[in-house]
Design a protein. Structure first.
Length: 391
């Protein structure tokens, strides 16, 4: 580890650097919910009136400072701004900026998600249960062993290659899903040239006519663990990703189960958010699974996407927090085409869904490799020159 030296985090990182946005100015805003777990890129933002919050520039790292967002991996590098543009976001972000001539922006991002900084940040949290926050002063004084700038750049470039491939897979999957939804809409929503006239041999029915609905039920809390013991358990939409949920909890007492390929739907506010089960999993009370009763799961998935607007009526209806029960879900009105038409749709769209699944599986493998290399590269245990690019 030639050239590596001990440094305090505050000597390497500019925490919450001073920036100014005029009051009442419109600017790009990043909300906490727009960050995906352990995902480098920020997938979306909004244009909003500045009324306070963290401020940042392109290349800065945003790290959640509140539980459970930090534990869930909500840390990203800003990539949505133009040169010299300033954005803002949640007050619960800590902004990390590389110091010119001392540190590299990519190295800082990977340091933020590595155990060297992240674990110590989590341990520094104080406050009431469920609303604990990272202590800024603790971060400043964290002792690190840091490579020269040139080696920081190489480490950042090596790790970023994994994230760039993951991001590319995400973009491809988004386009595939949009194509599949467009096909569904053209086949089953837009009845050209007879708008709003049901095609011959189609019929009106309910979701229960084409799918089985299983409502989740949370196991005993004493059975939960984060150590991979037992069955994967999803409590609700908090574990949802862009298409597939992210593993966080396991249970040794599974009860209500979904199988791979089932549509997972949030049944508590916000009602109607959707994911797809990547593996067999136990369902908490915030979720339901929806499974085709004719093995045409692609048709069920895109039917549920099409029903999302209808399910908005259950958000906040009659109570402060929206919800939907099994009867209401099973009785959602749907248009049921002929079996032959459904099979034709399945033959066209199922390969797209399989490609999405394959890309996601590759991304999971890339992430696992990145996560294996990350602590070893950041600590100096492994050098970039030791990595065989063909393996």
């Amino acid at each position: 580890m030639v050239g590596w030296k001990p440094m305090k985090a505050a000597d390497l990182i500019n925490f919450n650097p001073h920036e100014s946005i005029p009051k009442s100015a419109m600017a790009k805003k990043v909300a906490m919910e727009q960050l995906q777990p352990f995902t480098m890129n920020i997938p979306s933002y909004e244009i909003a009136l500045f009324n306070g919050g963290s401020k940042f520039r392109n290349g800065d790292t945003l790290m959640a400072r509140i539980t459970p967002c930090l534990e869930n991996g909500k840390t990203a590098q800003v990539n949505i701004l133009e040169e010299n543009e300033i954005g803002f976001g949640s007050t619960e972000f800590i902004v990390l900026r590389a110091k010119p001539g001392i540190s590299d922006k990519d190295f800082i991002y990977y340091l933020a998600i590595s155990p060297l900084l992240r674990d110590k940040a989590i341990k520094s949290m104080v406050g009431s249960s469920g609303r604990q926050r990272v202590q800024q002063g603790v971060l400043n004084d964290i002792e690190l062993f840091v490579p020269p700038l040139e080696e920081q750049i190489e480490i950042g470039r090596t790790l970023r290659a994994f994230d760039d491939k993951i991001a590319n897979n995400t973009v491809v999957n988004h386009h595939l899903e949009q194509m599949a939804q467009a096909i569904f809409k053209s086949w089953f929503v837009d009845f050209e040239p007879w708008d709003n006239i049901m095609p011959e041999d189609w019929r009106e029915g309910t979701l229960s006519n084409i799918a089985n609905v299983i409502m989740g039920q949370s196991p005993d809390g004493s059975s939960y663990n984060e150590d991979g013991i037992g069955t994967v358990f999803y409590q609700g939409r908090a574990e949802f990703g862009s298409r597939f949920p992210t593993r966080r909890l396991f249970t040794t007492q599974p009860n209500r189960m979904a199988v791979k390929g089932d549509v997972l739907m949030s049944v508590r506010a916000p009602v109607g958010d959707l994911n797809v089960a990547f593996e067999s999993c136990c369902l908490g009370r915030g979720l339901a699974s929806i499974q085709s009763n004719s093995k045409c799961q692609a048709f069920i998935l895109y039917t549920m996407f099409a029903l999302k607007q209808q399910m908005e009526t259950f958000n906040g209806e009659g109570t402060v927090f929206g919800s939907i029960n099994k009867d209401d879900l099973a009785n959602l009105p749907v248009l049921i085409p002929t079996d032959n038409v459904i099979r034709q749709f399945e033959e066209l769209v199922h390969p797209m869904d399989k490609a999405i699944e394959a890309n996601y599986a590759e991304s999971c493998n890339l992430q696992a490799t990145r996560d294996s290399l990350l602590p070893r590269l950041m600590s100096g245990e492994l050098s970039v020159s030791d990595i065989d690019p063909d393996k």
